[in-house]
Ligand binder design. Structure first.
Ligand SMILES: [Ca+2]
Ligand SMILES: [Ca+2]
Length: 213
């Protein structure tokens, strides 16, 4: 009887450890609740126009509550940067606070060609700030009158914690509402100590079985 309980106990421990290592990752929307953003030092000379009027901060670029949220264009919701020179743009730096596998970009662009964002260069970094990839996308015009996100498949590398985005307009104008990402928490390999413990538990289990023969 005692041995029966011991076996059940061991099976429970091993299966819970195993489920730790194989937990199904769930896609999450990354916004101001689970990532941070700042204006990067790579931002070109230019003007932020009315972007920071009335105490507004760059936080309004990641404040969409969901990937399907609708936003209306006004000074409390949009970001508007004008580069001094052609090719100049706005650099944003995102920190996810842990490693994610990004699958989708959500981008709320301005609604007319005269101000919208025409190109975004992304650079991806892992948790040690080592560059692991880069790619460029050309977003569509935003929807009107309510601006909804364009969902863009992002073939980003796995295990990304930091992202740099460089946004430009073909006419120096960079106006948009939000950036967000859909991503899954990267799978963390089990530390060697846990594998050592698992194999120890198996060893003990077999040893008990042998004794009981
Ligand atoms: Ca916004
Ligand atoms: Ca444009």
């Amino acid at each position: 009887m005692k041995n029966k309980y011991f076996s059940v106990f061991m099976v429970l421990i091993v299966s819970s450890l195993f489920s730790l290592s194989t937990a199904e990752a769930v896609p999450v929307y990354l916004n101001n609740t689970n990532m941070t953003v700042e204006v990067g030092s790579g931002t070109s000379p230019g003007s932020f126009n009315n972007t920071f009027s009335n105490g507004n901060t760059i936080g309004k670029v990641i404040d969409a509550p969901s990937a399907t949220a609708e936003e209306f264009h006004n000074q409390t919701t949009h970001i508007w940067f004008t580069a001094a020179q052609l090719g100049g743009g706005l650099e944003l730096k995102f920190n996810f606070n842990q490693s994610y596998d990004i699958s989708m970009l959500h981008f709320w662009n301005y609604t007319s060609e005269s101000y919208d964002v025409d190109n975004i260069d992304f650079t991806f970094f892992n948790n040690t700030n080592t560059q692991v990839g880069s790619l460029s996308i050309s977003p569509d015009l935003g929807s009107t009158p309510g601006i909804k996100a364009q969902d863009i498949l992002l073939a980003a590398p796995l295990n990304v914690q930091f992202v740099t985005a460089f946004l430009t307009g073909s006419n120096k104008q960079v106006d948009f509402q939000n950036i967000g990402f859909t991503a899954e928490v990267s799978e963390v390999p089990l530390p060697a100590t846990i594998w050592f413990f698992i194999s120890g538990v198996f060893g003990l289990f077999h040893y008990r079985k042998k004794l009981n023969k």
